[in-house]
Design a protein around this ligand. Sequence first.
Ligand code: HEC
Ligand code: HEC
Ligand code: HEC
Ligand code: HEC
Ligand code: HEC
Length: 257
Amino acid sequence: MMAVWIVLTIAVGLLDVASGSAIAADSCVECHQRAETTAAFPAWRKDQFAHWHESAHGRVGVTCDKCHRGNPNRSNKWLAHWGVKASLDPESPTHYKNVPETCGACHEAVYRQFANTLHFKNLKTDRLAPTCTTCHGFEMDVGSVSPSQIALKCTMCHNPEQGATPEVATMARHAVERIAATRDAIAAAQSAIAAARAQGRDPKEAEALLGEAEKRLKGTGALWHSFYLGGFEQRLDGAETLARDATAAAQGGRAHP
Ligand code: HEC
Ligand code: HEC
Ligand code: HEC
Ligand code: HEC
Ligand code: HEC
């Protein structure tokens, strides 16, 4: 048995060499971006390569195998796919019920919040519920998603026909608008501080205010996944005001008269 395995491994290893690219840097990416591979995916069964490539994961190098398993050091398709299972297979790490754990391996804080929700409970008991990729398709880069796009995601299920509370879509929209406004205010404070420094002023007070605003914003991304939108908004309270105060302080005005 062992001998057969070794012979097989060597044989396929030779195939690897024969096919040109002995051991690619990342065979999944290498092969999935080729035209022949792409052609193997009819429209209804589309290859995720383009989506991945443009996503936050593609930019930072969270590669295919991190979610799909397989061996990215093998350029032979058969060996590279060893352990890769289609997402329809309940054993696959990309099966919708397993997705929270797959993502949670890296996004622990988000996972911890999500695991406490009715969404999670429903998901695990075969009832209607979103999984991570329901909201985070590869097109969904956080920060570039509009509040109305997010509300649309909620409306898929939170509508009168499906029976789940329809008002959450409006709440979600509002919450995400608040996050965007806070991020904008923080960015404005950062440029005001840079400008103050360029003019030779000491923006120490502004920096302290900005630091506090950033601290309040930090963590809201994970907290969002508790879907306890009231608590979420409480956390954001004041962060935007603090950022505006920081801008005023950097521009020479008094933040707190
Ligand atoms: C030499 C080319 C090649 C390499 C290397 C390769 N793939 Fe593929 N992959 C394909 C092709 C072609 C398909 C289309 C289905 C088929 O022909 O098996 C595919 C299909 C898939 C699928 C869909 C499976 C399904 O059943 O629907 C996934 C997921 C996948 N590959 C992930 C990976 C991962 C992860 C790696 C690296 C560990 C990888 N691939 C390496 C060529 C490759
Ligand atoms: C962050 C995790 C993650 C990464 C990274 C990732 N995928 Fe996927 N992929 C998924 C999930 C989850 C699905 C299942 C469909 C869905 O939920 O969107 C999927 C679906 C697919 C499919 C459709 C077939 C199926 O099994 O559903 C292919 C093909 C695929 N991915 C290939 C790739 C390739 C190639 C890469 C790298 C270029 C890659 N994926 C990177 C998570 C990921
Ligand atoms: C191997 C680790 C890893 C896995 C697995 C993983 N991610 Fe990520 N993810 C990262 C890294 C690293 C980043 C970029 C840095 C950051 O923003 O945290 C990122 C970024 C993101 C972002 C963008 C965050 C932002 O601030 O713009 C989202 C959304 C995301 N991941 C969702 C998912 C989902 C959904 C899954 C599962 C399908 C998943 N991730 C699986 C490591 C991972
Ligand atoms: C794929 C379907 C689906 C999607 C998408 C979805 N939900 Fe839900 N959600 C449900 C179901 C089903 C329930 C449980 C309803 C019940 O049993 O009362 C629920 C419950 C909730 C609850 C009550 C939670 C609790 O623990 O009591 C909140 C809040 C919520 N969802 C917020 C949202 C928000 C915000 C969005 C959009 C960002 C969203 N949901 C997207 C299906 C979904
Ligand atoms: C019902 C929709 C929905 C579901 C389900 C969902 N997310 Fe999110 N997620 C969002 C929204 C909306 C944001 C953006 C909040 C913001 O703008 O900071 C977000 C933000 C994030 C971020 C960025 C966090 C940060 O600190 O800025 C990551 C990472 C992430 N989600 C991963 C996941 C993972 C992993 C899962 C599954 C365990 C998941 N999400 C499930 C809607 C969802």
